[in-house]
Design a protein around this ligand. Structure first.
Ligand SMILES: NC(=O)c1ccc[n+]([C@@H]2O[C@H](COP(=O)([O-])OP(=O)(O)OC[C@H]3O[C@@H](n4cnc5c(N)ncnc54)[C@H](O)[C@@H]3O)[C@@H](O)[C@H]2O)c1
Length: 253
């Protein structure tokens, strides 16, 4: 363990853990003393994938398990929860998996809109539900952290489906925080700005030029650190919070 022990002994589930922010989060969770990290992701052509993440987790001293998952498929969640149960059950659920959709508003047909909504919003909803059920069944407290986006607080012409899906993640998390709090479970949402990952580099062609007061894009680990804090005992009174991690981008005109 190379961190400060913020997640000592925890079982942490990370969707989208094969890449980008999810991978950084898996590694940071292990560094902070997590006992096990469940990496829930699709296997995608051309990506280094879950093996790399699993090696990083193991090198940091935690058990790593990869479960091939489509977060938008309810049936996927049985195996994810079962994997966590082998280590005692999920303590922290991180709904990170997502897809972008960089396209003009008028080009989006219903099928395309539903694809984005099903991964970004429905996947987060199903993951939150699966984790909450698991925690409640064990009478365990826990933490759920959902990843939205600054794009879920504001909009861009070529991000209408993405913004809608991420806005839904934010609003849903507020309701979730109220629903699970009586069981000792906290739920919070993180809104990253532009983060240097494959999604930004490839899918969004580097992202639109924006003014970021800190003068640079974020690193995946900087988003992961906000999630780690929310999942830790440093945030025991933080529930239903919306944490913006964007270098100041959304604060300025
Ligand atoms: N990179 C940014 O600038 C940025 C900004 C704001 C929010 N985000 C959000 O952060 C999250 C992580 O994005 P990233 O930048 O690390 O991108 P990424 O493309 O590197 O990682 C996304 C991961 O989600 C997985 N995924 C996609 N669909 C899935 C599905 N149906 N089931 C399971 N896994 C699936 C992918 O395989 C991939 O591993 C996303 O929700 C994204 O919307 C990213």
């Amino acid at each position: 363990m190379t961190g400060r022990g913020l997640l000592t002994g925890q079982v942490v589930v990370v969707t989208g853990g094969s890449s980008g922010i999810g991978r950084a989060l898996c590694r940071r969770a292990a560094e902070e003393g997590a006992a096990a990290v469940v990496i829930a992701d699709r296997v995608e052509v051309g990506r280094e994938g879950a093996t790399v993440t699993a090696e990083l987790v193991a090198a940091a001293g935690a058990e790593a398990v990869f479960i091939e998952t489509d977060v938008s498929e309810p049936a996927s969640w049985t195996a994810v929860v079962a994997a966590a149960d082998r280590f005692g059950g999920v303590d922290t659920m991180c709904n990170v998996a997502g897809v972008s959709d960089n396209v003009d508003f008028l080009e989006i047909d219903l099928e395309r809109l539903r694809r984005v909504m099903s991964v970004n919003f429905e996947g987060t909803f199903l993951g939150s539900q699966a984790a909450a059920r698991s925690m409640m069944a064990r009478g365990a407290s826990g933490s759920i952290v959902n990843i939205s986006s600054v794009g879920g607080m504001r909009g861009f012409a070529r991000a209408s489906s993405y913004s809608a899906s991420k806005g839904a993640v934010g609003a849903f998390t507020y309701a979730l925080a109220d629903a699970v709090a009586p069981y000792g479970i906290r739920a919070n949402v993180v809104h990253p700005g532009q983060v240097d990952t494959e999604m930004l580099r490839v899918d969004m062609r580097g992202g639109s030029p924006i003014r970021i007061p800190l003068g640079r894009k974020g690193e995946a680990a900087e988003i992961a650190d906000a999630v780690i804090w929310l999942a830790s005992d440093l945030a025991t009174y933080v529930n239903g919070a919306s944490i913006v991690v964007d270098g100041g981008y959304s604060a300025v005109i």
